[in-house]
Design a protein around this ligand. Structure first.
Ligand SMILES: [Zn+2]
Ligand SMILES: [Zn+2]
Length: 246
């Protein structure tokens, strides 16, 4: 198994359907061997019960290091149309360490394969978006080959989402879709990131199903950013920031 030291897609109690605080999540991630922990609550656009935009505007008060971890503060934004627009303003996005862009059924009307592919291609051009979240949801079919090639070109990470691989997860055909997308990533040498999408502390840093799938596919370790801070820094330079530099 590869040395996996980061988890950049997690939710706290402020998302409205997750159950632990930021400190509880970070503590659990540290206990589970993580060195970099990213918190990415849902943007205020369409997920019922999540926080207001002001939550994302006050990240300056949060320490960069906690429990021996480098703590990154981001947001999981929603892709809301076929141009790849997202539901957080530029002025707020610019305050984050990074954004994950995902399609959720509450915030997006499924189009044709061409329209869904266009939505992903559009969001890749957003300079704040560093990760495409769970691009495995069978409810929103798109062209895997096109996304794998374009993500490489636009220098955005594709996510292998451990929660999607859970047999009772609500994203249909996620396992087949992940397999197919990972094959395309191997073809284009497109880097990926393993994330938990944890909504509870117990799951912080849990990428077990993702590791199993990578082993099955013989997926090359050099394409997985989770193994080193330097690899991640090529996508999210903020990871190298120290508290004293502020
Ligand atoms: Zn959620
Ligand atoms: Zn999501």
């Amino acid at each position: 198994m590869i040395n996996d030291i980061m988890d950049l897609h997690t939710h706290t109690i402020v998302s409205g359907h997750a159950y632990n605080t930021l400190y509880e999540m970070a503590r659990a991630a540290a206990d589970h061997g993580m060195k970099v922990f990213g918190s990415t609550d849902h943007a205020p656009g369409g997920i019922q019960g999540t926080c207001n935009e002001v939550y994302f505007k006050n990240f300056k008060v949060i320490p960069k290091h906690l429990f021996g971890l480098r703590l990154l503060m981001g947001c999981e934004v929603d892709i809301i149309d076929y141009q790849g627009s997202v539901d957080l303003r530029e002025s707020t996005l610019s305050l984050l360490d990074y954004a994950i862009a995902s399609i959720h059924p509450q915030c997006y009307t499924c189009g044709t394969i061409a329209q869904n592919t266009a939505a992903y291609l559009g969001v890749l051009k957003n300079p704040h978006v560093k990760i495409i979240g769970h691009p495995d949801d069978g409810r929103f079919p798109y062209d895997h080959d096109t996304l794998a090639a374009a993500a490489k070109e636009h220098h955005v990470l594709l996510e292998l989402n451990n929660s999607s691989l859970h047999p009772t997860d609500g994203r249909p055909h996620a396992i087949e879709n992940c397999r197919d997308l990972l094959e395309r990533c191997m073809h284009y040498k497109t880097p990926i990131i393993l994330d938990s999408d944890a909504h509870i502390a117990e799951d912080a840093g849990n990428h077990r199903r993702a590791h199993k799938l990578l082993q099955e596919l013989n997926f090359p370790e050099e394409l997985v950013v989770n193994t080193s801070i330097e690899k991640l820094a090529a996508y999210i330079p903020a990871v190298l920031k120290q508290d004293e530099e502020e």
